[in-house]
Design a protein around this ligand. Structure first.
Ligand SMILES: Nc1ncnc2c1ncn2[C@@H]1O[C@H](COP(=O)(O)OP(=O)(O)O)[C@@H](O)[C@H]1O
Ligand SMILES: [Mg+2]
Length: 427
């Protein structure tokens, strides 16, 4: 490998340099200097030649220009304007100005607009070469810098993405753990009832009618509780299996709301706040993984409780919309933030769910920040600042829309719109 590199020095050069020659844009309305510059630099650069400022700008818009050289005095657009507009197209273009008898004012103006250098006209080849070479070096350094910055940004975004995925998985596991815990309740009842029946029958050599009645009654409860365990495990197993699939389970939202109520009732932040869950009048399934929907609603409810220690209420309700949303009416404002209007799958039936609290509300200056990852107004050990960014990701994945409306002193209301589909899973 080392020997190979030594034999072929080009192999160590960055790939981009190997495949791309730098581009030089020459702008002069006089044919003579323009053509001589072309001849001087054609060995080292891809050359773009423009007879006017307008042509130069158009070329810069169509190509990636590294360095430009422009006359200052031209009939139509002045070189100063060309410089300004080239920098507007791409601030990274290094521009060398050519001057004949300009005032120092013009030169000062050019430098203020970040011209890289200037050469006098008529120029000699050595001066032109030196000016363009140093402009190209500047360009390379700047590219390396922005490359580094871009890489840092990419790394940071990836890290953030990873952290959010981790949090989503963590919250999912938490939900599954509570579900297993929920199955424990009925199992305890079943076990207790079986014990009762055992004791009753243990002493009866010939069971009486009363004994049989007793056992029959207890068996009914056992049957009900067993069915409930089977139903819970079936539902969540189906979520687990389909968690990666776009075609989601058809479990009704009312069933999920019942599960949610149980999950939230045991949440430590409930405290003495009032918590109400209203079922939908007409049931529907969301085209979204059930555990993800539970996660969204639980995060919103918990945020509602945590908004203030002063007891207040958090209420969840919803309905089915048989018409598409009026998306034009959903806009950001001083009391409103709307997420994912552009990615909304706006076809009826839609499921609308609201989580409303009568907490303190969110101040206008904080509202635009609440969906940013890691933004939190809570103490170090209370908030991660990831709850709402997780929610926004899940809503986007599902093609839904989230509308946040909050007024200080009145409270906060999150409205979630999701594509719906008929309930298909067995209750
Ligand atoms: N219902 C609400 N009432 C008041 N403020 C809220 C509410 N929901 C969210 N917020 C604000 O949004 C911030 C970000 O919320 P979130 O992303 O869930 O992170 P965390 O709860 O960890 O702070 C919260 O710290 C809070 O300032
Ligand atoms: Mg939160």
């Amino acid at each position: 490998m080392t020997a190979n590199l030594a034999n072929n020095p080009d192999a160590t050069a960055p790939v981009t340099e190997a495949v791309r020659r730098p581009t030089l844009l020459i702008c002069d309305d006089e044919d003579g200097p323009r053509e001589s510059l072309r001849v001087i630099f054609k060995g080292d650069f891809e050359i773009l030649a423009a007879r006017s400022g307008a042509e130069a700008i158009a070329l810069a818009q169509q190509h990636r220009v590294d360095v430009a050289i422009s006359d200052i005095r031209m009939a139509e657009m002045s070189g100063i304007e060309v410089l300004e507009r080239l920098k507007f197209v791409d601030p990274g273009i290094e521009v060398v100005m050519m001057t004949a008898y300009e005032t120092t004012d013009t030169l000062r103006q050019a430098l203020k607009l970040h011209a890289c250098d200037y050469i006098n006209k008529p120029f000699d080849v050595a001066t032109a070469r030196a000016a363009i070479a140093s402009a190209m070096q500047k360009r390379r350094m700047r590219d390396a810098e922005t490359d580094g910055e871009r890489k840092m940004e990419e790394m940071f975004a990836e890290l953030q993405n990873h952290k959010i995925q981790e949090q989503i998985a963590h919250a999912r596991n938490e939900i599954y753990a509570s579900i297993i815990h929920d199955i424990n309740g009925p199992l305890t009842v079943i076990s207790g009832f079986i014990q009762l029946m055992n004791t009753r029958l243990a002493n009866a050599t010939t069971p009486t009618v009363e004994d049989l009645e007793f056992v029959r009654g207890k068996l009914k409860t056992v049957e009900r509780q067993t069915a409930s365990c089977i139903e819970i495990s079936r539902r969540y197993l189906s979520f687990l299996r389909r968690s990666e699939s776009p075609e989601q389970t058809g479990v009704g939202v009312n069933q999920l709301l019942a599960d949610l109520e149980q999950l939230v009732r045991v949440h430590p932040s409930l405290g003495s706040h009032q918590f109400t869950v209203h079922r939908l009048e007409r049931d529907i399934a969301a085209r979204m993984n059930g555990t993800d929907l539970l996660q969204i609603l639980r995060n919103l409810a918990v945020n509602g409780f945590q908004a203030s220690h002063i007891p207040h209420s958090v209420e969840i309700s919803g309905r089915v919309l048989d018409q598409p949303l009026d998306l034009a009416g959903l806009r950001d404002g001083p009391a409103d933030r709307v997420l994912n209007v552009e990615g909304c799958e706006n076809t009826a039936p839609l499921l609308m769910l609201t989580v409303r609290d009568t907490g303190p509300g969110i101040p206008e200056d904080i509202l635009p920040k609440v969906f940013h990852p890691y933004f939190t107004t809570k103490g170090e050990h209370q908030g991660t600042g990831l709850g709402l960014s997780i929610i926004s990701r899940l809503v986007k994945q599902a093609g839904g829309v989230l509308h946040l409306h909050s007024v200080v002193g009145e409270g906060t209301c999150f409205t979630l719109y999701l594509p719906g589909k008929p309930v298909t899973a067995q209750p």
